[in-house]
Design a protein around this ligand. Structure first.
Ligand SMILES: NC(=O)c1ccc[n+]([C@@H]2O[C@H](COP(=O)([O-])OP(=O)(O)OC[C@H]3O[C@@H](n4cnc5c(N)ncnc54)[C@H](OP(=O)(O)O)[C@@H]3O)[C@@H](O)[C@H]2O)c1
Length: 303
């Protein structure tokens, strides 16, 4: 199969398309013919060598995938060849023609492969963060970094739980955030005052998706470090005593993959695809991701 990989850490040009042996599913796994693969902001960090999930070089890339089941591992009874699934590549090898999945769900009826491919990691991560913060009916939640893949997802899942959501983004994204169900504030100097103006009685909890170095402000706004979770600011978490949410340590929010279909079909959940790229232009997709202003998700079209 054709797959993207890199043999050394570095800028996007280290990515190349290579021929790898076709993978075959082990017990509990299914194989899909990948139609589309999402790019989340973690992929460039792994490619630069700033983050490691324990894989060695040369390293494949990509986690989010959507496609059609073409082979079943032993013991798989809930899925049939030909089913449309989305999920998370077990080997971090989603940017490829074939992928093995343990964590997967049927693609919601009204979504195509490109729309579904952006969802899995965003759903898993956002729902994990919201669960850790105890977000539910009536919670006042601040999301810092509310307009990327995870942020857009967190806003809508929280709104569906009945929370009041304040989302921090650039001014250009104010209308977009309102469409998602959040009250917008702009990030940057004075953000804390703008949040206080919207929520004079304070926010209950805050989710830091952007990792933009504002955990001190979030702790003050939410009344304590225990009311804040960050997904992206490891150093700030240590400095401010905030929980850094890590799926490997904390457990995963995979259940959200199976339940989002109801919200999608009700018109209450939508993760826009900012841009698509063919697989062999994955380096360009990483370049756009690294600029840090993706609205929703970037998606590779594989077939
Ligand atoms: N801990 C975990 O389990 C886990 C799992 C997956 C990913 N992550 C991490 O989560 C982070 C977000 O991932 P993602 O894929 O959702 O990212 P993404 O889609 O690339 O996020 C882009 C968004 O970030 C916003 N942004 C840029 N600068 C900002 C700032 N200073 N303040 C607030 N928002 C800002 C942008 O909004 P504007 O365009 O309006 O500026 C843009 O909409 C990454 O650091 C990723 O590595 C963590």
């Amino acid at each position: 199969m054709r797959a993207a990989q890199f043999s050394r850490y570095g800028d996007p040009d280290v990515l190349e398309i290579v021929d790898l042996p076709d993978p075959h599913p082990g017990p509990g796994q299914v194989r899909i013919a990948v139609h589309a693969a999402g790019i989340n902001a973690t992929e460039p960090k792994l490619r630069r060598g700033e983050l490691s999930f324990g894989a060695e070089l040369p390293q494949t890339t990509g986690r989010d995938v959507a496609g059609v089941v073409d082979e079943l591992g032993d013991g798989v009874t809930d899925v049939a060849v030909g089913d449309r699934l989305f999920g998370i590549s077990d080997d971090g090898a989603g940017a490829a023609e074939l992928a093995l999945l343990t964590f997967r769900a049927p693609i919601p009826r009204s979504l195509g492969f490109v729309d579904a491919a952006g969802l899995p990691c965003a759903l898993e991560t956002a729902s994990r963060g919201l669960d850790q913060l105890g977000v539910g009916d009536g919670t006042v939640l601040l999301v810092n970094g509310a307009t990327g893949g995870i942020g857009s997802t967190a806003v809508q899942l929280a709104a569906a739980r009945g929370a009041r959501v304040i989302g921090a983004a650039s001014a250009a994204n104010a209308t977009y955030l309102r469409l998602l169900g959040a009250e917008p504030v702009t990030y940057g100097d004075g953000m804390a005052d703008r949040v206080r103006a919207l929520a004079p009685d304070a926010v209950d909890v805050a989710l830091d998706v952007a990792g933009s170095g504002v955990l001190g402000d979030l702790v003050a706004l939410a009344g304590g470090a225990e009311n804040v979770v960050t997904l992206a600011d490891f150093a700030g978490a240590e400095e401010h005593g905030v929980h850094f949410s890590n799926g490997f340590v904390d457990g995963h929010g995979f259940a959200a993959l199976a339940t989002v279909g109801e919200l999608v079909e009700a018109g209450r959940f939508w993760l826009p695809v900012d841009r698509t790229f063919p697989l062999d232009r994955i380096a360009d997709a990483h370049r756009v991701s690294e600029q840090g202003h993706v609205r929703g998700r970037l998606v590779l079209v594989v077939r």
